[in-house]
Write a protein that binds this ligand. Sequence first.
Ligand code: DQA
Length: 144
Amino acid sequence: MKLLVINGPNLNMLGIREKNIYGAETYEDLKNLVEKTFAEKGIEGEIYQSNHEGDLVDRIQQAYFDGTNGIVINPAAYTHTSVAILDALKAVMLPAVEVHISDVKTREDFRQISYAGKACVKTIMGKGFQGYVEAIEYLVENYK
Ligand code: DQA
């Protein structure tokens, strides 16, 4: 099984940005946790981050052609704005799990819509980095 974990804008700033919301751990820490989880589950995987909407669309499309079996995606701010990411997820027809580090549903009104979430089989929010582990586990248990 091959999974792709995608992170959107400003998640490379974890450990620096709004630590009261996202915690003190860095993007490097998240990368290590995700890669450790792939190894423990005995699966292939890649973790990808971009600040650019089109690059995120390109990477999702690429997943259709490179043998990826499932996607974990935190589109970050593009969650609430991007029909292009929603359409890309629909286009590739791969099972996708939406992850948010913070508990988005208790935050501002403008964060209450998730476009990407409409193409996801599950959403996990408010569990910090552990949400990524749970998302990978969910895909392994249901789609391996
Ligand atoms: C986020 C929540 C989004 O609203 C925000 O724009 C982010 C991170 C999260 O992981 O909690 O950048 O996706």
